[in-house]
Design a binder for this molecule. Structure first.
Ligand code: 5GP
Ligand code: ZN
Length: 114
């Protein structure tokens, strides 16, 4: 846990939020500013700053997060598909410096944009 990290507090239940899934390793909750009709975040309970700060130790955690993304998508009715995004670093548009997966669905988003 990092003391000043909002996602540490949300993922560990120190600040109540709209949780859609939780286990020993991760917590998934609704994004506060949704970019699609379904927009949840999948967040590890331990503090990791970003994908770039993951090490070999996080191998299983990263696999777990992706497999759970698929399971949570099913639970949220996204059987027609969805997108997972991990914004990383300044050029990746990361604004919260605690690793998280965005799970977005129910709206077609052109890719690549434009
Ligand atoms: P990033 O830009 O770092 O990839 O994504 C951060 C995401 O966290 C944004 O989509 C933002 O709306 C969301 N967010 C930021 N603060 C909070 C919060 O306090 N609660 C929740 N539920 N989402 C947050
Ligand atoms: Zn944190």
């Amino acid at each position: 846990m990092a003391d000043d990290c909002i996602f540490c507090k949300l993922a560990n239940g120190e600040i109540p939020t709209d949780v859609v899934y939780e286990d020993d390793l991760i917590c998934s909750f609704k994004d506060a500013a949704p970019q699609a009709p379904v927009h949840v975040l999948i967040v590890p309970k331990k503090h990791v700053g970003s994908l770039d700060e993951c090490t070999a130790e996080d191998h299983a955690l990263l696999g777990h997060m992706l497999l759970k993304a698929s399971e949570i998508a099913g639970k949220l009715g996204l059987e027609n598909g969805y997108r997972v995004v991990i914004n990383t670093g300044e050029d990746g548009g990361q604004t919260v410096h605690h690793l998280h997966i965005h799970l977005l669905g129910k709206r077609y988003m052109e890719w690549p944009p434009g």
